[in-house]
Design a protein around this ligand. Sequence first.
Ligand code: XMP
Length: 513
Amino acid sequence: RLLIIDFGSQVTQLIARRLRELNVYCEIHPFNKVDDAFLKSFAPKAVIFSGGPASVFADGAPMPPRGVFGLGVPILGICYGQQVMMHCLGGKVERGHGTAEFGRAYVTPTDATDPILAGWFADGREQVWMSHGDHVSEIAPGFAVYGTSPNAPFAITADTARHFYAVQFHPEVHHTPKGAKLYENFVKLAGFKGDWTMGAYREEAIRKIREQVGSEKVICGLSGGVDSSVAAVLIHEAIGDQLTCVFVDHGLLRLGEAEQVVSMFRDTYNIPLIHADESDLFLGALEGVSDPEVKRKTIGRLFIEVFEKHAKSIGGAKFLAQGTLYPDVIESVSFSGGPSVTIKSHHNVGGLPEKMGMKLVEPLRELFKDEVRALGRELGLPVPFIGRHPFPGPGLAIRCPGEITREKLDILRRADAVYIDQIRKHGLYDEIWQAFAAILPMKTVGVMGDGRTYDYALALRAVTSVDGMTADYYPFTHDFLGETATRIINEVQGVNRVFYDCTSKPPGTIELE
Ligand code: XMP
């Protein structure tokens, strides 16, 4: 296995992702948790030093344990990792002073060639992504230069006898197009066969869950979404009926959703499940509320109350399981505050763990959405379920701007089902990040048959996105939009007008509230 020593870069997880794509098993450990004893027990076959925001000149600058250089295994240092390597091995690092480089740069090869650069420089130079203030000004003894850029004369350096490689740029980001090739060459050189799979991730995750939880009880909030479902199935495989799931039905779910989730977990997976039908409680509290923030806060508060009530009823769960993914986690290594790792996670049951004295079990913390889907497939979850679009915790409440009524929710549910059916029939579902209908807080006049109608207007939304942070509206054909509007108006009583939302994010958001 490969060890990534994290010096606090925002993109360390991308290194792990690139390695998983090469079917290599790796673990990320913060620099301040890695000492010589750890290295001995971990016994890495190769080590990568991540980038990081610090300067080797700072007091208490993050350093790897010296023993790492004596392990006799290949090491790759990236950005700050390069500077640290040079600093430790007898080279020199200088402060920025006009040579800082942020963004795109081009590296050209020197005379030297090395297998780690196989496949590089086909066009004489390679685009890379730089992000550094300090830079290496003198390489350590034994190192040679393999590539230079205008502001980084030591963009690619290596001591090929010891298999130490050090680059100033970030090969893990997309803006370094040949970055994946660099990792591929590095892991080949380190002797990895590339035979690690999602099946192996599953085994490893199960082992870790058992180790963490022991014989204690675990409770898991199910939302019906992919992430919490995959987490629940995985944890159930690890600890069986020590796990209880709670599915809080707030009355703001889509058509048939509660039934699907309950039957899947109870009947297919035999996972103990509390189906908390609390729609009266939630919809009662939301009566007359039209402010989006008040809606969200009300739902969040009630969710915690209900969850807490049911968690107590199962008697002393010490752990709370969540399907937190890597993009939900902002992890940074704390340089000033000693050895603590600050983790900020946001989720639908926020506030519970501290309040109830529970510890978190988050087996998907290292994964990206598409990897969670791959793990879901590995666990045998139904394919259509795995590919489902994200659905927000506050549910239909934030797709019903203005006051929420049962009548509006009922119309919205039926219209949304027709819209999604259309998208599936046209084979577009998997091209779209998220699609849904929203019911607008207005009625308009129409004519159907010979009569006047005065009914609700709907907005249809569909976006493409990589991570939900930015999004483009989906360019449906006019035929598709026309056919869908006609179907909705014909099949759903209470709607006589349909709009398509052509707003991207920014300036819009994906949800309407
Ligand atoms: P916005 O509307 O902020 O949404 O552009 C971005 C993504 O986040 C989802 N979303 C939520 N998910 N709880 C969730 O679990 C929430 O409160 C929440 N609000 C928005 C939204 O569906 C989209 O995928």
